[in-house]
Design a protein around this ligand. Structure first.
Ligand code: NDP
Ligand code: HSE
Length: 321
């Protein structure tokens, strides 16, 4: 039986989490896939950095050593940013590799090109981890809910900002301190501006809308407001009114007209989304047959996100073994 070989582009929070899961659950994964899944090479910026549990010989700073390695079946892109990540993914597809990514910025920015290139090269392209961390919402929308017309998507899809708002609300902690904590916990983007200004949520809403409504709306065309201007006074005012401030992604299809936005909203404490705390995410999906569904779980962090990456790797590994 052939082993399935994986090349990792990136070994930070998410790459490290996925690598850890492939090791700690190796036996279970092999049994489910019907073959061993081995990480054989890893791309990093600094190949001399000491990385616990990782054999230094596996690390390279040359992407071609992974993209053009004939032994590698699946390339996992977890670098972050649009470039060079998108170019690496497109090159990998053209070299006949299946691609998995957690990179919503790259998927949203180059959606059509990535989907088209995967199709043209007859390779799988999966990106479950790009929205909602561990939550399998993309999988649900593209498989078991496919027989529905989706009419609405609404939710909290950024762990960093939800963590910040929760700690500011529940503990009265200052914004800057909590942002630092979210960075230390591996929730935030390399440049957290994308989190706090709502751009990360716009990227995720773009992906959700493309899959749920079959309509691509560029992230820059989604009216977007983040949480950087929310003050302790705003939070106290909401609290006094029995409300919580949450950063909400919303898309609604009505009479064939799709409306969408990303903005902080005051929700009554009784609203289910008001009870979603810390780095947790929750996404309501409404289908014309299924009715309202709520997907809930950890939206950021190495192991939760790694879980979704590993799920995608396994689905592909079953096909290529
Ligand atoms: P990190 O910054 O922790 O890790 C990035 C990794 O990529 C590092 O190993 C870094 O190398 C390597 N890298 C970055 N740029 C290059 C380059 N140009 N050439 C070679 N290596 C490079 O990021 P995360 O793991 O947090 O995020 C990765 C992706 O996953 C992002 O797209 C992010 O949006 C997405 N994501 C993150 C989540 C999270 O909770 N953190 C959740 C869901 C998605 P080195 O180690 O040498 O610096
Ligand atoms: N920075 C992102 C967040 C990572 O905090 O939600 C998960 O996509």
């Amino acid at each position: 039986m052939k082993a399935v070989n994986v090349g990792l582009l990136g070994i930070g929070n998410v790459g490290g989490g996925a690598y850890q899961i492939l090791g700690m659950n190796a036996e279970k994964i092999e049994k489910a896939v019907g073959a061993k899944v081995n990480v054989t090479k890893i791309l990093a910026r600094d190949k001399n950095k000491k990385r616990e549990g990782i054999c230094p010989e596996m690390i390279t700073d040359d992407p071609d050593e992974i993209i053009n390695d004939p032994e590698i079946d699946i390339v996992v892109e977890v670098l972050g940013g649009v470039e060079p990540a998108a170019t690496f993914m497109l090159s990998a597809m053209k070299a006949g590799k299946h691609v998995v990514t957690a990179n919503k910025a790259a998927v949203a920015a180059r959606y059509d090109e990535l989907m088209k290139t995967a199709k043209e090269n007859n390779v799988e392209f999966r990106f479950e981890a790009s929205v909602g961390g561990a939550i399998p919402v993309l999988n649900a929308i593209t498989t078991v809910l496919k027989g529905n017309e989706i009419t609405e998507i609404m939710g909290i899809v950024n762990g960093t900002t939800n963590y910040i708002l929760t700690k500011m609300t529940d503990l009265g902690l200052p914004y800057e301190d909590v942002l630092k904590e979210a960075q230390e916990l591996g929730f935030a983007e390399a440049d957290p501006t994308a989190d706090v200004e709502g751009h990360d949520v716009a990227n995720k809403l773009c992906i959700l809308m493309a899959l749920a409504f079959d309509k691509f709306v560029a992230p820059e065309d989604i009216p977007t407001k983040g949480i950087s201007q929310i003050t302790a006074a705003d939070i106290e005012e909401a609290k006094a009114a029995g409300e919580k401030i949450k950063l909400i992604a919303h898309a609604k299809l009505e009479d064939g007209n799709l409306t969408y936005s990303v903005a902080p909203k005051r929700l009554p404490n009784t609203h289910p989304l008001a009870g979603v705390s810390n780095e947790f995410n929750a996404i309501y999906v409404t289908g014309n047959a299924a009715g309202e569904l709520m997907f809930y779980g950890r939206g950021a962090g190495p192991l939760p996100t790694g879980s979704a990456v590993v799920g995608d790797i396994m689905e592909i590994a079953k096909l290529v073994k």
